[in-house]
Design a protein around this ligand. Structure first.
Ligand SMILES: [Zn+2]
Length: 127
């Protein structure tokens, strides 16, 4: 049982918010210890701030794919994302189409890797 994106979203900014929540979770991840992570639901509803507990391994497995998000059970927008795996109280979903392109474009890990490469290049040019 899953809802449609329209049912979950309360504005067209839904996809955008989902990307912001992912960035927020990356901040939480960077401050977290080796135990379970207390993150925010990454569903398409821009005003959803429900908390999810996932293990570090589960979280890292999701972030290996820029098109994957982790949402609370019942927050899957079945018409625009497909379920990949069910966790305890949460579901990993995968985007396709334009949402997936946005998700890849704004992948915080790709950005970080790019920024590191940028800094390295600048250091080389200054040397
Ligand atoms: Zn949610």
């Amino acid at each position: 049982m899953s809802a449609t994106a329209r049912e979950l979203r309360d504005s067209t900014e839904g996809a955008h918010s989902q990307l912001l929540v992912r960035q927020l979770n990356e901040q939480i991840r960077s401050l977290a210890g080796p135990d379970a992570l207390d993150i925010v639901c990454e569903c398409v509803n821009g005003s959803c701030f429900e908390r999810l507990i996932v293990s570090l391994d589960e979280y890292e497995a999701v972030r290996r794919f820029p098109t994957r998000f982790v949402v609370k059970e019942g927050h899957v927008a079945g018409d625009i994302e497909r379920e990949v795996v069910r966790l305890d109280g949460a579901v990993v979903v995968e985007k396709s189409g334009p949402d997936a392109e946005q998700a890849i474009l704004f992948d915080p890990r790709r950005y970080r890797a790019g920024a590191d490469a940028d800094r390295a290049l600048r250091r080389e040019m200054e040397a």
